[in-house]
Design a protein around this ligand. Sequence first.
Ligand code: 4NP
Length: 154
Amino acid sequence: MSQAPSVLFVCLGNICRSPTAEAVFRHKAAEAGLNVKIDSAGTHGYHIGKQPDKRSQAAGTARGYSFKGLKCRRVEESDFETFDYILAMDESNLSNLRKVSPEEYHDKIHLFLSFADSDHQEVPDPYYGGKQGFELVLDLIEAASDGLINTLKR
Ligand code: 4NP
């Protein structure tokens, strides 16, 4: 029996974009009947142990996603071996991941939006902006999640 595929979403702080990706993808994968191991982490440790940002939770909850039980953690060395897909929200996360991971795992690391049919290549950091930024994060993450689900179904 083949093992369930595993996906790790990564941003800078693991309180806005990557927990949103975890919540959205968990919901969509369940809807699609896919068995996937899903987690998220940050490249930096500013907010370890904290729940996702209240603004991310408000925007995501309004679209029906659950953030229950999510808690900020930093990327660990073992993640590179554990996960099949390590998906960065922006180029800076991508380059940080490539810097800290053994080269043998570099082909697991991608920009999450490479799975979306979108003009955007990065999920922009919403932390210092207004509400619209959090809506854009959700729009982009929903599109990439649909694309990733189609890839995993194949
Ligand atoms: P995230 O957003 O990377 O999407 O979780 C940020 C969260 C916190 C900070 C920056 C971005 N910060 O500077 O504390």
